[in-house]
Design a protein around this ligand. Structure first.
Ligand code: AHM
Ligand code: MG
Length: 338
């Protein structure tokens, strides 16, 4: 459960939380602090641009398609440039994978033992032009020293250290999962755009009643998932309610604070169909955030964090994410108990 700060509480920055995290070595802290600062600095720039978007003429299409055949929005490009520059400047990121670029960006001047970052710089692109919630998502990985530059993200010789997202909405939130805990910060525009939070961990509340999915695809899902959704609507006690923003960051954030399950299943035959969300920079970081908040994320059968990335760095997976009670119930009813 998330606690609002009590008056008089001394609020903390994400960097202060990292520096006070006992489970991180000083070497890791020295790498993570500038990386997290780069993310919040980028978030501050993005929040400022997004809040003036229509006036700046940046809420439309960039007039081209990305590697995945999706129309690139101007803000997708701005997000890419903003976070790529900020992360490169830290010299603590060896390589950056982005939804917006087919190949990872290698930073030759960086610390040879630097970390890896995978990102979706602008999540929920279809919400941009209608002033609805959008976000940015990041996964930070440690890697094996022996990996060659062209192989940094591939294989299973890297370990996710942190997951984070920024939610651009009525206020701008920064959520960070690190060392078994998830923390929430809010940007204070009157205080230089600093992100501040209580430093207390956030947990999914128990007994959540929200389900979030794009139900228009239901006829394409495997029968067990269709049956689960029918049961949720007709028989489950207590009854659930549907909420869907259409931006993973917005949907997951609401569900984290209120208790809810997010579902983006595969379309087609189980095991053969692919979901929409990308493993390395959407599913992994959200899975870590769920896990460190008392929840779990799966592909409908296996935990997301047990899936090894293959050669396609932009691979998609089905995603079922939320508090343990709701995701376990989903798995039980769809025949794949956790
Ligand atoms: P994007 O990264 O191109 O913005 O796509 C990802 C988004 C998620 O944020 C969201 O959960 C999902 O796509 C919505 O998809 P749909 O419109 O099919 O419901
Ligand atoms: Mg995106």
């Amino acid at each position: 459960m998330h606690q609002e700060p009590k008056s008089g509480t001394r609020l903390k920055t994400p960097e202060e939380v990292i520096l006070g995290t006992p489970g991180l070595s000083s070497d890791l802290r020295q790498k993570l602090v500038p990386i997290i600062s780069a993310l919040t600095r980028g978030g501050k720039i993005m929040a400022s641009l997004i809040s003036r978007g229509p006036l700046l003429g940046i809420t439309g299409s960039a007039g081209k398609e990305n590697i995945q055949g999706e129309e690139v929005q101007t803000l997708d490009r701005i997000g890419q440039d903003t976070f790529c520059q900020a992360l490169g400047q830290t010299q603590k990121v060896r390589e950056l994978l982005s939804e917006e670029e087919p190949l990872p960006t290698f930073f030759p001047e960086s610390d040879p033992d630097g970390l890896l970052v995978a990102m979706d710089p602008l999540d929920g692109s279809s919400n941009i032009s209608v002033n609805a919630s959008i976000g940015s998502i990041f996964a930070i990985f440690r890697r094996s020293r022996t990996q060659e530059p062209e192989d940094l993200f591939g294989g299973d010789r890297r370990e996710i250290l942190a997951g984070a997202y920024i939610l651009y909405s009525a206020s701008t939130s920064f959520v960070m999962a690190i060392d078994q805990k998830t923390y929430l910060f809010t940007m204070d525009p009157s205080f230089g755009g600093e992100f501040l939070g209580t430093g207390e961990p956030v947990f999914f509340p128990s007994g959540g009643k929200i389900y979030s999915t794009n139900e228009s695809y239901a006829p394409l899902w495997e029968q067990g998932i269709q049956d689960y959704i029918t049961w949720v609507k007709t028989a489950r006690q207590p009854v659930m309610t549907s909420r869907y923003i259409g931006a993973l960051v917005g949907d997951l954030h609401r569900n984290l604070l209120k208790g809810g399950i997010y579902l983006y299943p595969a379309e087609g035959v189980p095991g053969k169909g692919h979901g929409k969300l990308r493993l390395l920079y959407e599913a992994y970081p959200m899975a870590l955030i769920c896990q460190f908040s008392g929840g779990i994320a799966t592909d409908g059968v296996n935990p997301i964090l047990s899936i090894k990335p293959g050669s396609d760095l932009h691979a998609r997976v089905p995603l079922i994410a939320g508090p343990m009670d709701l995701v376990s119930e989903f798995h039980k009813r769809t025949g794949h108990p956790l």
